[in-house]
Design a protein around this ligand. Structure first.
Ligand code: ZN
Length: 492
């Protein structure tokens, strides 16, 4: 019977190779590809992705899986993960997969155009169809309580809409209240952080910073791309990208964020490299690591105690005189319209709005044509700001045009989990902030590696959270941590 397990592993290695080839082409497209190559690249990516999908969902994979007998605990975990992935890939009829792929191509073009021209109506019929496809997908995946569960599970195994609602119910009140209290206090002027900053100085500084966290440039790179992201081709080849804007912390905090994703991938065990057990266990857990390094480490006063002198020597014109002043400015809270530019505190309110809206559309409680009005009303209610156009309102995010419906809550799960995991780390490592103050990240990285990164997809996300923190995901650590930080910052 070992023959079946061996043939399954050989098949999965081929699937992995095809997927990685697509990933390299996609990375190249975003970082280096000349614009004129777009058509050929789309063709190559389409073919490779189809080949990978066909090879994975072929009857031979299922036969090998059914015949495979685990010879170790690792095998047991591998078979579980492959079964789940195969279920997700085969439950949807290929005609619907093809229709969604085709529609996503059209929807992306229409979305880009609609956002540029502030023309929601031209995009609405396609978006309506995309939600209809999501509804059909959910029916094929199956669910018991809530249609949203089926879609969310693709990104966060086992998570449910009811849990997401509980999560938002716990944070909505305290967060809206804290934001209001901050808005009523003296405004922070962070104009000193805007200017024309040398890109090479930013590249050099962020590279040094990311390396100091433990990101291994012998097994990774950092390049420039219009949107910051992290991708990987193996545990020994992890790619980060960053971008340079007139807001100086943009490249710095963006690099810390992507490095958090990168550390997770680089520290996945070598023995699982190129297999389905390697890498991050879910989107929520992955985001918990990018947020932990970006916000809890990178936006701490201790961190800037070490890095502010280096920042000043890289940017002598920067009109900020002390680390504590920089710390105050880089943590400025200001309700705004754009999710990706939101501060740590208001970020979840942006996610909450998207969750409520996509959930209402899926259930037929909201029509796509009424989306802009619903969006604007919620921004007014939760953030006290009103989009002056749909371009900076309901058209700002790419997700729905790609059919990624049920994805947004994983951002907020990441925020909550980052604090919950940090508290657990603080029980084992006394005063981790003293380590940060000395620029010593080694013990923090080792703890995270042992508890999370080295476990790849061995457990389910829920099992991992329970194992690492001793409890299921909850909002209290997050609310306490954030509350203490911002009350001190704003003298509330
Ligand atoms: Zn991220």
């Amino acid at each position: 019977m070992g023959g079946s397990l061996e043939s399954l592993k050989a098949r999965l290695a081929d699937v992995n190779a095809l997927r990685v080839a697509s990933t390299v082409l996609d990375w190249d497209q975003q970082a280096f590809m000349p614009a004129g190559a777009a058509n050929a690249r789309a063709q190559h990516l389409g073919n490779l992705q189809r080949m990978a999908h066909e090879m994975f969902t072929d009857d031979a994979t299922l036969k090998a899986l059914e015949g495979a007998v685990a010879e170790s605990d690792d095998d047991v975990a591998l078979l579980r993960v492959v079964k789940r992935d195969l279920d997700l890939s085969t439950k949807i009829p290929s005609a619907l997969v093809a229709e969604k792929g085709h529609l996503a191509g059209i929807a992306h073009e229409e979305w880009v155009h609609a956002r540029a021209t502030n023309d929601f109506d031209s995009f609405a019929p396609t978006l309506e169809r995309m939600f209809e496809i999501a509804r059909q997908e959910a029916e094929y995946f199956g669910y018991t309580d809530d249609i949203y569960d089926a879609l969310l599970d693709q990104y966060e195994e086992g998570a449910t809409a009811a849990e997401v609602r509980t999560m938002f119910d716990s944070i909505r009140g305290p967060q809206v209240e804290l934001v209001k209290a901050i808005q009523a206090s003296a405004p922070v002027d962070d104009s000193a952080l805007y200017g024309e900053w040398s890109q090479s100085a930013q590249a050099e500084l962020t590279r040094e910073m990311v390396a100091s966290l433990g990101f291994d440039f012998n097994r990774g790179r950092q390049d420039t791309a219009p949107h910051p992201f992290c991708t990987n081709f193996s545990v020994n080849d992890v790619r980060l990208t960053t971008r340079y804007k007139d807001y100086l912390p943009s490249s710095i905090m963006g690099s810390m964020h992507e490095a958090g994703h990168g550390l997770y991938e680089q520290n996945s065990p070598e023995k699982w490299d190129l297999t389905f057990l390697a890498g991050g266990v879910s989107l929520g857990l992955h985001e918990s690591q990018s947020r932990l390094w970006e916000n809890i480490v990178g936006r701490s006063e201790e961190f800037w105690g070490v890095w502010f002198p280096k920042l000043k020597s890289a940017f002598p014109c920067l009109a900020v005189e002390s680390a504590s002043e920089f710390y105050r400015l880089v943590n400025k809270v200001k309700p705004s319209l754009i999710r990706v530019e939101a501060d740590e505190l208001t970020y979840n309110l942006h996610v909450l709005i998207r969750f409520e809206i996509e959930s209402a559309i899926l259930k037929g409680e909201l029509k796509v044509k009424d989306l802009p009005d619903a969006w604007n009303a919620k921004y007014e209610e939760y953030l006290g700001v009103t989009p002056e156009s749909n371009s900076v309102g309901c058209l700002q995010d790419v997700h729905w045009s790609q059919g990624s419906i049920g994805y947004f809550p994983t951002y907020t799960m990441g925020n909550l989990l980052s604090y919950q995991i940090w508290n657990s780390l603080s029980n084992d490592i006394a005063n981790p902030n003293e380590l940060i103050a000395r620029g010593e990240f080694g013990p923090i990285l080792v703890w995270l590696r042992t508890k999370i990164y080295a476990r790849g997809r061995y457990m389910t996300p829920k099992q991992l959270v329970l194992d690492v923190t001793g409890k299921p995901m909850a909002a209290d650590d997050y609310l306490n941590g954030l509350g203490a930080k911002y009350r001190a910052l704003y003298n509330l």
